[in-house]
Write a protein that binds this ligand. Sequence first.
Ligand SMILES: [Cu+2]
Length: 98
Amino acid sequence: MLVRQGATVDVILVNTDWGLMHGFELTSTPPPYPYMAMMGINNGFFLMPLPPRTAENLAPARYYTEEGSFTAVSGSYYYLCQVPGHAAAGMFGRLVVK
Ligand SMILES: [Cu+2]
């Protein structure tokens, strides 16, 4: 993902997973990530992990959501899920700001 320097980046986190929490954190620390990723990285902008999706009887599924924004500063970053084990299992991506 490429973002222009100085841009305001809006992040909307929606957890559609039925069984697991998920979060979002931006870091300049490259992979590989340890099991406790948030303990071994350069911490940046983050959204707290959200509870899993829920449903009651036949009611439509409900999702937990969270929003936040940050100003992009030139550099190479990674976004990852900070729930233990998730980033270590590959739940991360790259973000470049130019
Ligand atoms: Cu996750």
